[in-house]
Design a protein. Structure first.
Length: 236
């Protein structure tokens, strides 16, 4: 029987991978949006110039974006390495003790409610194909999904999303708009709500609930930053 490769499933495109890409796009991005808008709010409270607001915002976007992208890359790479390590272990177990591993399949499917001839038929079907046998052990015994994310795609997606979201609060200042503050506030609030609403795709809550929650969290963060900037302006 031909040997199986540990990474044959890694990076395979399927709906769950696309879902993970969406999570990479929207998951931590309210944090970046809140952080940059907090910088804007704090700078306004401290009565700093638009140029200073822009510099602080861009520096924060690049630093936080790279940091989160690197963290996402490392965590995804770790997931893949753990998958490969566990798969190699299961391959060794099947080679060295096929009877014991077959019994484990029997116990797994017995726990799912299979009995008698149905149980034996399920065991025979699973263990008749080495690839299927290994994947069943990976998913049912170890809880490791067959499809893994791409570290580079996760990192790049995260960085670009941070860049796009982080630019929202400071774009009015970059465009040197006379009404930069209200425009920044309105557009950032709208993006807060939009990102929160997208989260409802993998949440049991309604879209307006997740949107409102994200909007409130961002608003509180901005209010705290504005108050801190105003206080420090008076104090210093």
């Amino acid at each position: 029987m031909p040997s199986t490769t540990q990474t044959s499933e890694v990076g395979r495109s399927d709906p769950s991978a696309h879902k993970q890409a969406l999570i990479d796009l929207t998951g931590p991005k309210p944090d970046q949006l809140a952080t940059n808008f907090a910088i804007v709010a704090g700078s306004i409270g401290a009565e700093l110039s638009a140029r200073v607001v822009l510099i602080l915002g861009i520096v924060n976007i690049l630093a936080d974006g790279f940091s989160m992208a690197a963290a996402n890359f490392s965590s995804t790479r770790t997931e893949i390495e753990e998958y490969e390590r566990t798969r190699k272990m299961e391959e060794r177990h099947i080679d060295r003790d096929p009877v014991g591993e077959r019994e484990e399949i029997r116990q797994i499917y017995h726990a799912k409610g299979f009995e008698g001839e149905d149980l034996e038929r399920a065991v025979n079907i699973i263990t008749a194909d080495r690839q299927r046998w290994i994947e069943t052990m990976m998913s049912d015994e170890h809880g490791v999904p067959a499809v893994q994310r791409s570290p580079w795609r996760s990192a790049i997606t995260t960085f670009l999303a941070f860049l796009l979201c982080g630019m929202v609060p400071i774009s009015p200042f970059a465009l040197n708009l006379d009404s930069a503050v209200p425009v920044s506030t309105i557009t950032t609030g709208a993006v807060f709500f939009a990102i929160g609403s997208i989260r409802s795709l993998w949440s049991p809550r309604h879209w307006w609930h997740t949107g409102a929650e994200t909007f409130v969290i961002g608003s509180v963060a901005a209010s705290v930053a504005y108050a801190a900037g105003d206080f420090l302006h008076i104090l210093v």
